[in-house]
Design a protein around this ligand. Structure first.
Ligand SMILES: [Zn+2]
Length: 512
């Protein structure tokens, strides 16, 4: 995996010191030698290119590369799954050897995940909607899950789901499938491949609106978040940073719980889960508010952040603004408040979504510039960063990691074929990235392994185990864990990684 010193020296002699490449080739090195040196140098320069691999890891690297070659080039399959839309590719991916290996691989931390879109839609339908309290409200051609009447949906239009299901008892599966369309992008009409980004976002936001009422009911909120930890832990994730708005929750007696009590509920759920699963290292929370707020609302949100971070130091760790960037307020429009927030503890640690767009030369596209100027610790997506090469240097020098969410970008229409995802450029440029899943519940990509599949097969098809190792350790390195927590999770990860390498070493079918 190392770039040979001689190879780099040759490259310099040939590519740097002379203005005539053809002449240099004929008089110094053969074409093939120089070509090989360029390929080696690029592999060594890119993300993961300098990662040390021991002998066992080198064997696994060869196995993974052989699996990859077969899966990407197997002619009878036509377009490889890596080039297909997730909705079409999912069954192919599930059957692939690479997916099996990635599922087994310890993924470290998940750094970009929204709580209300994290749990698989099928679990929500098969579990929460089967509870007696579950209701569905219909207003203005929209449906909303709830337990008690909603402000935007009158009681007269709210029905127990159990009653509705009884009326459809001959066709319960179809009824459940219809319910799932409310919180699953695959089942929306916009999945036909011709929807605009605005239409996709409208459907996407309708999923958040539909599920919101369920997550305000304490018993559902708790069951849902326990399931969230379960789904990610089953996918070999050991730590999660969760973005959420801290909406109020109420219980069966009608008692309401504000943001600090909601944080406390999650603190308990996380600790209980850790007790039952000692390899899991917990949860931290990032307050995330929608970008369609006023200055006054942002001030209130920043004060809420201060209150939460003081009450739960080390548990509520940052602040973010979310929502479709080209339709909502830009970071620039909030800059003065974000630079000097009206709170005594100074600016929060920011983890801004920025550059989750396809546009160029607009305030929304320039959100990546503002995110960096506002000292964001990580950038959510950073898809648009490819058009800002001056920022690449700052991002790399300051080691601001990009939270890359491949399937989310595909489902929300930024790129159809993930082989064209700009993260390929970031990988080639050795700009730090981490792979994460954003809202997997809304497209049935349980956990994060499907996103790793696209990262490995579509974004970095040339890469091997060193790349994966770098991604996994990046997720720990760029997390908000304290030094002590980092040491603890590192020790878990080293054990789990060794187990993974040992298990993969048993794969002998791929040796040439
Ligand atoms: Zn996000």
């Amino acid at each position: 995996m190392y770039v040979g010193v001689r190879a780099v020296a040759s490259l310099c002699v040939v590519l740097c010191a002379t203005g005539s490449l053809g002449l240099a080739i004929s008089s110094t090195k053969t074409y093939d030698e120089i070509r090989a040196a360029i390929v080696d140098a690029e592999a060594g320069y890119g993300l993961g290119g300098k990662v040390f691999l021991n002998l066992d890891e080198l064997r696994v690297d060869r196995t993974l590369r052989a699996m990859k070659k077969y899966e990407l080039q197997s002619p009878e399959r036509g377009l490889p799954a890596a080039g297909m839309h997730f909705f079409d590719a999912k069954p192919l991916i599930e059957n692939s050897s690479i997916f099996g290996a990635l599922k087994l691989m310890p993924k470290g931390a998940i750094l970009h995940l929204h709580n209300s879109a994290a749990v698989s839609s099928s679990w929500v339908i098969k579990n929460l909607t089967y509870r007696q309290e579950a209701k569905l409200c219909h207003a203005d051609d929209r449906y909303y899950f709830t337990v008690r009447p909603l402000n935007n949906c009158p009681e007269s239009q709210t029905r127990p789901i159990a009653d509705m299901r009884k009326e459809r008892q001959k066709d319960v599966d179809a009824f459940d499938a219809w319910l799932e369309t409310l919180i699953n992008m695959k089942m929306k009409p916009s999945r036909n491949g011709h929807a605009s980004i605005d239409e996709l976002w409208a459907d996407f936001e309708s999923c958040f609106d539909a599920i919101k009422g369920f997550l305000q009911y304490k018993p559902f909120f708790e069951a849902y978040h326990r399931r969230l930890l379960h789904e990610f832990y089953q996918d070999n994730v050991y730590y999660i940073e969760l973005r959420m708005s801290f909406a109020k929750v109420y219980d069966a007696d009608g008692r309401e719980y504000g943001a600090p009590e909601v944080a406390y509920m999650l603190y308990h759920i996380s600790n209980d889960f850790r007790r039952q699963n000692p390899a899991f290292h917990g949860l931290k929370l990032i307050l995330a508010k929608h970008k369609n707020i006023s200055d006054a609302e942002l001030e209130k949100a920043l004060k809420l952040y201060e209150n939460l971070s003081v009450t739960f130091p080390g548990f509520v760790v940052g602040f973010d603004l979310v929502g479709q960037e080209d339709l909502n307020r830009s970071l620039k429009s909030f800059a003065s408040l974000l630079l000097q927030p009206p709170i005594s503890s100074g600016p929060p640690k920011y983890f801004f979504h920025a550059g989750e767009i396809v546009g160029y030369f607009s305030e929304a596209d320039e959100n990546v510039i503002d995110a960096v100027l506002l000292d964001t610790k990580r950038i959510g997506h950073g898809y648009a960063l490819m058009k800002h090469p001056i920022l690449w240097h700052t991002v790399r020098r300051k080691q601001i990691v990009l939270e890359v969410c491949p399937i989310s970008n595909q489902v929300l229409g930024l790129v159809r074929d993930l082989r064209n995802h700009p993260a390929s450029i970031f990988v080639a440029q050795n700009i730090p990235i981490t792979i994460t899943s954003d809202d997997p519940g809304f497209w049935d990509a349980v956990g994060v392994t499907f996103d790793y599949y696209y990262a490995f097969m579509a974004i970095a098809p040339q890469a091997g185990l060193g790349f994966l190792k770098q991604l996994v350790w990046n997720s720990i390195r760029f997390s908000s864990l304290t030094d002590e927590e980092r040491q603890n999770i590192t020790s878990t990860m080293e054990k789990q990684w060794a187990l993974f390498v040992s298990e993969m070493s048993k794969e002998t079918n791929w040796e040439s």
